[in-house]
Structure formats: structure tokens, C-alpha cells
Design a protein around this ligand. Structure first.
Ligand SMILES: NC(=O)c1ccc[n+]([C@@H]2O[C@H](COP(=O)([O-])OP(=O)(O)OC[C@H]3O[C@@H](n4cnc5c(N)ncnc54)[C@H](OP(=O)(O)O)[C@@H]3O)[C@@H](O)[C@H]2O)c1
Length: 295
């Protein structure tokens, strides 16, 4: 059975990946903090460390899914050294600590592209507009310039529910704010292509099981919508009243990190190359509904 090391396993995607893969692979999970619901094979490890030997010797991985990152754009803007270290240089440290047989799946982001690109494709030029995007681009760079390493860079835009109850993601913020009947402003001028963490985990599982880690970048995302449309559909599907929901504009927020108002990714190359069906917004929100009701 293959050993899989998942970084960011105390985060939204990482914890979900652990759950998805733990019955089929020997999963080793790592994050920067312990949490109640953590996997039985869990190591707390700070990716800012200079030496990754302890982590790699413990997990002895065949595949690393590198999902850890500083994901708060405003925090990255204020702490660029940490952002570059954790999101970017960690990739080079993982490369240094492992031999070429160890495959790496790096979770990257739409944030490597500029606002001017609509439905960015894999071959479009990256041009990140903030520190977070630049730090993810750096991680990609180390993989692309590595020698004889099998890797997949997955650029995506995710939403979901956190297994780690200390954390709150975008979808949970929408749900909680609406349920508390507080004012909820969502952008009508920001486009994105969201995919649920469960659907993304499914695609990652497919790539691993079919041994398709082919040293390439892939866009794995969902259907185009605005943040406002996403919020409406999500609340509607969960039967949560939308009375406090209002339309806002990203351009009216001056004090936040610069974030592209077109974060959309085109997943058609991935879909065609690997014969995978593109995931619709309704389908991917339905996944959240199933998990929300189950929890
Ligand atoms: N969320 C999105 O909208 C989005 C969109 C596109 C791409 N992505 C990418 O998808 C991946 C997963 O995102 P997510 O939303 O699941 O992130 P998340 O919930 O914010 O979790 C981030 C994870 O990274 C870990 N981490 C942060 N600093 C660390 C450090 N110094 N050492 C070790 N681990 C550290 C965190 O550990 P602790 O919490 O224990 O500190 C946590 O496990 C990331 O690579 C992100 O860039 C996310």
C-alpha cells in the first residue's frame, strides 16, 4: 500500500483529503497545530523549519500532497517572508528532503493569474497581483524547474466545511452570517469557478489511482459564477433565509489585500485529457449540502 503524506491536514482541504484517502492508502497527516478530530497518524510540524528530515523519515512517502499554506491574503501581505517561506520555499525543502521517486501534488491557486485573464488556461502566463499569489507562483516554480521529478500542480478555487472546528471557511462564513441574520454582503463584481473540497479530493484520488502524476499543471475547478450568485445558490440549497444578503462591490473595499476580480479558471484541458466530467455549480453545492446535513 502506498504511503501518502498530506500537509495542511489541519486545514479545510487537507483534513478532507485525509478522510477521503485514509482507507485506501497509508496516510500520514501533518499540520501546524493539533485538533480534536485529527487523523491517528498525525505529526505537528512547522514548515518554516530548516530541516524536513524528521517529517520525511516518519512518513516515508511515495506521494506528497502539499496542501498547507498561509491562505489569508491580508496576513500574507503583512507577513511576506512567512508567506514565501510556507507557501513557496517549503516546496524546495520537500524536494531537497526526498528522492526523485517521491511524487508531489502541489495545491496551487487561481491567485497566480492577473485580473485581466478570464477563464485562465494552463498555458496562460502567470502574473500574480498580491503576495499570496506570488508565494504560490514560487512553489510552482520550484517544481517546474526540478530535475526528473514527477509532480502535478493543481490550480483550483475551493470551498467546503472544516472538519477542524477551530476554523471557518468562506462557505461557513456565509452560512453562519445568514443563520445569525446578520448583514451579509457578497460581491457581484468578482467572478470565480468554485469546486467543493470533496469533488477536488475525488479528482486527486483519480489522478493518484490512475498513476497520472505527469509533471504538469492542471486547472481543476467548477462552473463560472459571481460570489453573490454562489452565496444565493448555497443558502437556497440549504433552505437558509437570504433576507440579510445584499449585493456589494469589491471596488468599495480599499483596505484589503489586492485580490483579482476575475479569479476564474478554465478546466476543459483537464476534463478532456483525463475524460473527467466538468462539475456544475449545482452538483458541487449539492456535495456541501450532503456534508452539512450529515454533520
Ligand atoms: N481556500 C481557498 O479558497 C483556496 C483557493 C485556492 C487554492 N487554495 C489552496 O488550497 C490549499 C488548501 O487550502 P485550505 O483552504 O484548506 O487552507 P486552510 O484551511 O487555511 O489550511 C491551511 C493549512 O496549512 C497549514 N499551515 C499553515 N502554516 C503552516 C506552517 N508554518 N507549517 C505547517 N503547516 C502550516 C495550516 O496548519 P494550522 O492550521 O495547524 O496552523 C493548515 O493545516 C492551500 O494550498 C491553498 O493555497 C485554497
Amino acid at each position: 500500500m502506498k504511503n501518502i503524506l498530506i500537509t495542511g491536514a489541519s486545514g479545510m482541504l487537507g483534513a478532507s483529503l485525509v478522510n477521503d484517502l485514509k482507507n485506501q492508502f497509508n496516510v500520514y497527516a501533518t499540520g501546524n497545530s493539533f485538533f480534536k478530530e485529527q487523523h491517528s497518524q498525525f505529526m505537528k510540524f512547522d514548515l518554516k523549519s530548516d530541516c524536513y528530515l524528521e517529517l520525511i523519515q516518519w512518513a516515508n512517502p511515495d506521494i506528497i500532497i502539499h496542501s498547507a499554506a498561509l491562505t489569508n491574503g491580508n496576513f500574507c501581505e503583512k507577513h511576506p517572508i512567512d508567506a514565501f517561506n510556507i507557501n513557496g520555499i517549503s516546496v524546495q525543502k520537500l524536494l531537497n528532503a526526498t528522492n526523485n521517486d517521491v511524487k508531489i501534488i502541489y495545491i496551487s491557486s487561481d491567485a497566480v493569474f492577473p485580473s485581466s485573464l478570464h477563464l485562465a488556461k494552463e498555458l496562460d502566463c502567470v502574473f500574480p497581483e498580491n503576495v499570496y499569489g506570488k508565494s504560490k507562483e514560487l512553489g510552482e516554480f520550484f517544481l517546474k524547474t526540478s530535475n526528473n521529478r514527477s509532480y502535478t500542480i493543481i490550480r483550483t478555487t475551493i470551498f467546503g466545511l472544516n472538519l477542524n472546528t477551530n476554523k471557518v471557511g468562506f462557505a461557513e462564513w456565509i452560512i453562519n452570517t445568514a443563520k445569525d441574520r446578520k448583514e451579509l454582503g457578497l460581491f457581484t463584481d468578482v467572478l470565480f469557478t468554485p469546486i467543493s473540497i470533496w469533488d477536488l479530493a475525488n479528482e486527486i484520488e483519480f489522478l493518484i489511482k490512475t498513476d497520472n502524476i505527469n509533471s504538469e499543471s492542471l486547472h481543476v475547478a467548477g462552473e463560472l459564477c459571481t460570489k453573490y450568485e454562489f452565496g444565493c445558490k448555497l443558502l437556497d440549497k440549504l433552505n437558509i433565509p437570504t433576507k440579510t444578503l445584499s449585493k456589494t462591490l469589491i471596488s468599495s473595499y480599499k483596505d484589503r489585500a489586492k485580490r483579482s476580480n476575475d479569479q476564474s479558471l478554465d478546466s476543459s484541458y483537464y476534463s478532456q485529457k483525463y475524460q473527467r466530467e466538468l462539475i456544475s455549480l449545482d452538483q458541487t453545492i449539492l456535495k456541501l449540502k450532503e456534508h452539512y446535513e450529515y454533520n
